[in-house]
Ligand binder design. Structure first.
Ligand SMILES: C[S@@+](CC[C@H](N)C(=O)[O-])C[C@H]1O[C@@H](n2cnc3c(N)ncnc32)[C@H](O)[C@@H]1O
Length: 455
């Protein structure tokens, strides 16, 4: 069977605009390694869907991707030849329908099945329509029987996580940790934001969000963090339009406070795109001082310069962080928010878990070490270096930081700054380590080093 090219896919299919759009995004994630959020946004810009249907597309794409492993296991019970023998485009149709059948109470099973059968017919003719009909009717009748027990394959299917990742979690903390972390990664993340106007107090933003009809609450760990729930239209709101807030998870906000830049200082944000932390650093500096934001990727550096152009204290430059900056070390503070495996943000980017390989971790750890060593040369005597990653693998976390200290005797581990944040519940062995399953934030690892005063 030759499936039609994506751009030829029916948009929208009769009676199923949201499902056709969701299928298109699922194809882009698999075939083009697209990222979930921008892919959904791009499709929604083209498809003319009601607000309700747009919400359904987001839910279908995120849910189907998040639960892909569990859905495949459930479908496998009813597919005579097995899911891995089913053509890839038909597999996607089956997963999308299975997610609705097993996870969405508000969608009647027959609506999900009928839409899937139409999609399968379009993609593979009558044989594929019959196949989908048979599998999905059985699934609807018998439901989901996730495997029991703590055997790695059973845990992987039940938690909908790659088996190799479950094996790592088992080695780290046994079945209890694997079950808790696996489940926590599958919970949708809250919409957490940070006030983004100079001297805008979180309480003032909170009041405005509440006046817009939202339920909004203060965060637990980061002083400015606000969780927005039940906002009628957060990104169409006046508060967002007026630039009062930016999306940033609490854990990411903590990194800015760990750097703790002061007005008038000279600061370097080495891996800066897309600029969330640069913006926070500039706010903490109250716009006074010099903040250099670099990124190795030319396109990203260009976009970064655009998005940060309202910040007069920021200069953007394309620069490969594995190469030292020229000249004497001028920076009071340097942040290395390094490229990483990203397991700390699986709630928002479930597509990552199906894409990453075990080899990625070693490769990324090596790159992080090279960036750290080069960035360290930019820190003035007595200055601060902060290393952070949005993941929880030991190779990219504590082991990376320990190895840095061994290689760089001019640096020692520094305590987090007292004041804005209560760091005690976030500390593990002198490092900041948030965990999705413990803190309800993204998982971040961060280390703060200080260079000795004597050059
Ligand atoms: C985790 S992201 C940074 C997120 C950013 N700090 C923020 O808060 O918005 C890592 C960034 O590092 C960049 N990067 C990858 N390799 C790099 C290198 N060798 N030097 C500098 N930046 C690099 C990537 O392009 C990516 O934008």
């Amino acid at each position: 069977m030759t499936p039609p090219r994506r751009e030829e896919a029916p948009r929208p299919t009769p009676g199923g605009g949201a499902r056709a759009a969701a299928l298109e995004v699922l194809a882009a994630l698999e075939d083009e390694s697209a990222f979930l959020q921008p892919a959904v946004d791009g499709t929604l810009r083209r498809a003319r869907l009601s607000r309700v249907d747009q919400g359904l597309v987001r839910e279908l794409v995120a849910g189907t991707t998040r639960w892909q492993g569990r859905l495949d296991h459930a479908l496998d019970q009813h597919a005579r030849k097995g899911m891995d023998q089913t053509p890839v485009p038909i597999r996607r149709v089956l997963r999308l329908a299975a997610y609705q059948i097993l996870f969405l109470d508000r969608v009647p099973d027959h609506a999900a099945v009928d839409a899937a059968v139409d999609q399968a017919r379009y993609l593979g003719g009558e044989p594929m329509a019959r196949l989908c009909n048979a599998i999905l009717r059985k699934l609807s009748e018998h439901g989901d029987q996730p495997p029991r027990g703590d055997e790695p394959s059973a845990l992987a299917a039940r938690l909908s996580q790659p088996r190799w990742l479950v094996l790592r979690w088992l080695a780290e903390g046994g079945p209890a940790l694997a079950a808790r972390r696996g489940a926590a990664c599958n919970r949708p993340a809250p919409l957490t934001v940070r006030p983004d106007r100079s001297r805008l107090e979180p309480e003032v933003l909170l009041t405005r969000l509440q006046a817009e009809g939202a339920t909004a609450t203060r965060g637990t760990y980061a002083p400015e963090a606000i969780h927005i729930e039940d906002h009628p239209d957060p990104f169409g709101s006046d508060s967002f339009g007026d630039g009062w807030w930016r999306v940033q998870d609490e854990a990411a906000q903590l990194v800015g406070h760990l750097v703790d830049p002061q007005p008038g200082e000279t600061v370097w944000d080495v891996c800066a795109a897309p600029g969330g932390k640069t913006r926070h650093l500039a706010r903490l500096m109250q716009g006074e001082g010099r903040l250099l934001a670099t990124d190795a990727h030319p396109g990203k550096a260009e976009r970064l310069a655009q998005t940060l152009r309202d910040l007069a204290c920021v200069r953007v430059q394309q620069h490969d962080g594995t190469v030292p900056l020229e000249g004497p070390p001028p920076f009071d503070r340097v942040l290395v928010d390094a490229p990483c495996s990203g397991f700390g943000v699986l709630r928002r980017h479930p597509e990552l878990k199906w894409r990453r390989t075990p080899e990625d971790i070693g490769r990324l750890a090596e790159l992080q070490a090279r960036i750290l060593d080069a960035a360290a040369l930019g820190v003035r005597p007595g200055g601060v270096l902060v290393y952070s990653v949005c993941t929880d693998t030991p190779e990219e976390g504590a082991r990376q930081a320990d190895a840095f200290l061994e290689r760089n005797p001019l640096f020692s581990l520094d305590d987090p700054p007292a004041g804005a944040v209560d760091w005690a519940p976030l500390m593990t062995d002198g490092y900041v380590a948030t965990r999705i399953e413990d803190h309800g934030t993204d998982a971040f690892f961060a280390a703060r080093f200080r260079r000795r005063e004597v050059p």
